[in-house]
Write a protein that binds this ligand. Structure first.
Ligand SMILES: Cc1ncc(COP(=O)(O)O)c(C=O)c1O
Length: 426
């Protein structure tokens, strides 16, 4: 079996190299000036990634002219697809009035208002340029206001380039003292919070781990975090950089949990570079420049005109409650279908997630934390190459994020291709 996967993978890689000479050439050109041809770790795949030259609606085209239906959705940031007329219209209109104005502009209020309306726990919000930065700022705020240094994080979690806990702790992580706990272990987390409370500023958690495998947090676990952080006067930060899309007010709205601080990013900037953090007035007011001794938080592009305009247009005109529901239903359709197929055929495969975010795993055992999902590197690589040949793009690690231009027929086509891949390689 292992040999079969390895030899099928060798053959699939050879076809990939053969089919993509221009992507290979471009990769080699990049590698002369960027380490390994890469400036964003997650988008490297061996032997070389496809260079994408164009996107339109839900389709992307690579440098060799192949077209794919996009099930990666730029790791959730591409929620609006590639050429949504509302987003493009907002960017074009803003562009005409100048984009580097060095002052408050007329778009940021609407974006901030919409975020505060949608997320009841966000009473005040500030913008920045990435999800990583949002987490750095939220956690630094927590440390500043509590006067305590440590942060409790979950194994398998990802909060940005300097908060990487998916496998081992990264040597590039921010130099904060971290306390680790297991995801979906309510008792273990409550014990760790109680034990470390005197030095803990905050607990940060993704209400569904995204990079860790699209693994939903169990409601009892997340409620336990809220209860024990409150009991011990530790701040609770929900990282909803990916999950904010899962209802009109993120997973916190679905769960009925109000964290003290929330971090946002990805699609909320309309597809442009974006991050935000917000929460309780008493915490966020520490940044108020009209108050004595405000905390400094500068950032040249914090209120970047194009981002503010595109983000406000997207949230108010495109990602309505009805669209949230439609996209989540498409995700349920994909998950239900793949899980039904795997159960019927008794295949070691399952789809996890919630709504429009889906994780693919090579096991049917329950997945409560990332260590429950087999690495299955060769199976994942083989399925990825096979799906690309069928005209579907997603992340090799098994990450799928749906986007607004996708329709049921796209989801069914993607599911058909996964099913035929699994049947052929069972
Ligand atoms: C949950 C979560 N937090 C934070 C980040 C970091 O966001 P960015 O890539 O914008 O820095 C990501 C990115 O994937 C994420 O998934």
């Amino acid at each position: 079996m292992i040999e079969t996967v390895a030899s099928a993978l060798g053959a699939a890689e050879a076809r990939y190299v053969e089919r993509n000479p221009e992507s290979r050439r471009l990769h080699e050109e990049r590698a002369l000036v960027m380490p390994g041809g890469n400036t964003r770790s997650v988008i490297h795949v061996p032997p070389f990634p496809l260079t994408i030259v164009r996107g339109e609606g839900a389709r992307i085209t690579d440098a060799d002219g192949h077209t794919y239906t996009d099930f990666l959705g730029e790791y959730t940031a591409g929620l609006y697809g590639h050429s949504h007329p509302v987003i493009l219209g907002a960017i074009r209109a803003a562009l005409d009035d100048g984009i580097v104005l060095g002052a408050p502009n007329r778009y940021e209020t609407l974006l901030a208002e919409t975020i505060c309306e949608r997320f009841p726990s966000i009473e005040l919000v500030r913008f920045c340029n990435s999800g990583t930065e949002a987490n750095l700022l939220a956690l630094s705020l927590a440390r500043a206001v509590t006067g305590r240094p440590a942060l409790l994080v979950f194994r398998g979690g990802y909060h940005g380039g300097v908060f990487y806990f998916v496998h081992d702790d990264s040597p590039l992580n921010a130099p904060f003292p971290f306390v680790f706990a297991d995801y979906n272990d309510a008792d273990g987390a409550a014990r760790a919070i109680a034990e470390h409370a005197p030095e803990l500023a905050a607990v940060i958690v993704e209400p569904m781990q995204g990079s860790g495998g699209v693994i939903p947090g169990e409601p009892a676990f997340l409620h336990a975090l809220r209860d024990s952080t409150r009991e011990h006067d530790v701040l609770l930060v929900f990282d909803e950089v990916m999950t904010s899309r899962l209802s009109t007010g993120g997973l916190q709205k679905v769960l009925g949990i109000e964290p003290d601080l929330t971090t946002l990013g990805k699609y909320i900037g309309g597809g442009l570079a974006f991050g935000a953090f917000g929460g309780r007035t008493d915490l966020m007011r520490r940044f108020d420049p009209t108050q004595p001794q405000p905390l400094p938080h500068a950032g040249t592009f914090n209120n970047a005109v194009l981002t503010m305009a595109a983000g406000a247009a997207g949230l108010t005109q495109v990602y309505t409650a009805a669209e949230v529901e439609r996209l989540n239903a498409l995700g349920d359709r994909l998950r239900d279908r793949l899980n039904g197929f795997a159960a019927e055929r008794d295949l070691e495969f399952s789809a996890t997630g919630y709504g429009s975010m889906v994780g693919l795993h090579f096991t049917r055992e329950p997945i409560r934390r990332s260590s429950d999902s087999p690495a299955a590197a060769e199976q994942r690589a083989l399925m990825h190459l096979d799906l690309l040949e069928h005209g579907y793009s997603y992340a090799r690690r098994g990450f799928v994020a749906l986007s607004v231009p996708l329709e049921e027929s796209d989801v069914d086509g993607f599911a058909n291709s996964i099913e035929s891949h699994l049947s052929a390689n069972a």
